[in-house]
Design a protein around this ligand. Sequence first.
Ligand code: PMP
Length: 385
Amino acid sequence: MIKISEVANSVQPSLTRKLFNMAKEYDNVIDFTLGDPDIPTADGIKAAACAAIHENKTRYSQNAGVLSLREAISNYNKVKEGLHYEADSEIIVTVGAMEGLYLSLLALIDEGDEVIIPAPYYVNYVQMVNMCHGKPIVVENHEDPLRISIDAIKAALTSRTKLILLNTPSNPTGKVVTANELNEIALIAKEKDIMVVTDEVYKCLIYNGIRPQSIASLPDMKERVIYINSMSKEFCMTGWRLGYVMGPKEIIAAMTKLQENVVACAPLPSQYAAIEAMRTDVDYSANMAMIFARRRDVLVDEFRKITKLHCLPPESTFYAMVDISKTGMKSEEFAYELLKAVQVAVVPGVTYGKMCDNYVRLAFTLNEDKIIEGIRRIGKFADSL
Ligand code: PMP
């Protein structure tokens, strides 16, 4: 009898995927579940990948990624973020931010080490920490469930705390961690001698025009921060599976060793596409930012017409949290009933933390017509309750 490992058995399929799969069983469904931009990758980026393939750049690269891409990433972050990382020692190219996150955790966590995950949180974090034999410590905010709580983070610290896993802007809330909160987290990290892994894959989608500062840029923080980003959202390249991590060279070296044994390297044609995407003289993300800003306004306006629901305008990302408390339903029941009644799929908030059970999450990675029709159906459902 084959025995599946405890780690594999402990991994739970997410409610996001569950609703996505359930949605597939209906015709004419409007699916707000997955955050996968529907906008095609820009032609210039696609052309760079095609050229690489025609030039037979189709083999393995260095484990950390081709140096010219690491140089492009280093330059892009210097120019756009004011972050300074050496291409040859402080950057690794990964298979999406997901593998970057996983390798970061694998490089840092020993069995039983605690990882503080402020809620609401990206679902995969908890599973990844478990996969690395660490202990996920989810920290809820009981006063303001959609914001992280610095006091709760402080209360959760123990002698086993290894790192804080930060996601700003946040999936699922679309909120940005404030400069004050970042300063507080930096102080905690320095005082307690712990690391911060910061997942900033959504900083490309900011609706007030002010690109948020990274905790990596705060004084004395570069040595304790692992910075994660990706081509997926910024350049509508989810399927190219290309991300990167910047951090202290010992950690990047450890991750590079681990990477050799997991995927060897990120796909080479995708790496050449990313070199083009990272050019600082062409803005390949402007179009997608404009489209999502418009969709966000449409979404917020449409929800204003529904008295029983309240949509919180996201500051960033293509996710919106909708308050369903006036319907008297909790988030899972609401999502299942909504799908059954009007064929609209959303994600139950409880997926992102116990305190989010009065919310559902919508990813507005659909065109405006579908967004309007989807929200019309949601309104019909809410009015019928
Ligand atoms: N971090 C967050 C917060 C995300 O929402 C996602 C994707 N949904 C990722 C990381 C993974 O992105 P990638 O496609 O680069 O692996």
